[in-house]
Design a protein around this ligand. Sequence first.
Ligand code: FEO
Length: 412
Amino acid sequence: MKAIQLDEGIHWIGANISTNDLFEGIWPIPYGVTLNSYLVQGDKLAVVDLVRDWAGAPTYVLSQMQSVGAKPKDIDYVILNHLEPDHTGWLDMIHIISEDAKVLTTEKGAEMAKALYHLKDGDIDIVKSGDTLDLGQGKVLAFEEIPHVHWPETMATYEVNSKILFSCDAFGSFGALKGSIFDDEVPKADYKYYEEETLRYYANIVGPFSGPVLKALEKVDSLDINMIAPSHGLIWRKDPQYIIEQYRAYANYSKDYAEPEITFIWGSMYGNTERMVRAVLKGIAKEEVPVHIFHVPEDDVSFILAQAWKSAGLVFGMPTYEYKMFPPMRYVVDLLSQKQARYKKVFRFGSFGWSGGAEREFEEKIERMKWDLLESFDFKGSPTEEDLNKGMEFGQELAKQVKEIPRKFTPR
Ligand code: FEO
């Protein structure tokens, strides 16, 4: 495989990963993921972020380096923007590949490099915001700490003359690249794919750190950027502002009601809660609000989180199970809480057999989530016609409220 040039002396040397493994051991990646690594060649040779030893990624990276005459043993610097092992899993090999390579990372990054890969102090140069590294031949790397995007140690690296920002997880996405690495070479038919995989990545990985994302975006706004080169997903050379605004919208979804859409999650034991699902959907349909429907436990929570993140309205249909919430729904609600999916207009309903209990547990769980609970509607056993009418009315009322929320981000 050949390296792909971003600018004179700057190349992409990444890998498209196709695997049945779960990302972070939790999140399915049925469309794969990219691990982007970059080579910056001046008088000195630097690699910005590494790859995990995953689905042959190091082999691709080494052959790409060789395609531009860069010998692995000549690597002078390994710039580690972020220590998570998807970008560093290969680090324990680096001194076999290049005896003298120095690792550059933040103070916290150094601590983690020692913990994860048993590097010694002499292996590492610590950098902080404002520091630069002159590689010669007009290649100057400037470092900026962007803590918690995604881990506390994270920084971004900016090549001063080409104005390329190597942003690591920031501006990243799931989804392997389909033939091209640049935004301007993506056919329109694939825009939806990249947007949905970016949203899913954001909601699954970066969402709880939306406050730090907004702080990092202030720093990005002050930079003159020609190209954004993240460590997952597309490289934005035609329209870097697009991915900046996409991330800004996603981060702001945790600060205010998101888009005028509803994510509808339901599970049913014997079809009684399911009967109410149809009635509530009928009510929502009267207002023509977009609805994303998920069935638990069949649908993976990764996809639920993504649509819930960008929806201002949430509906939960769940029966009581052993005096508590239906367990697969508890997992969804707990993850929404952990990922800090805030500011939602919510309707819950469900069937109970004896004394109920799901309602109480649900209300306790959402107390601190800044959710506006329109109604929590329980019915005993199978819903009556009167219950179904009520459910339809609640669905319509939620949709009316959600419809009033202004749209904040329009996909391409
Ligand atoms: Fe792509 Fe937080 O690692």
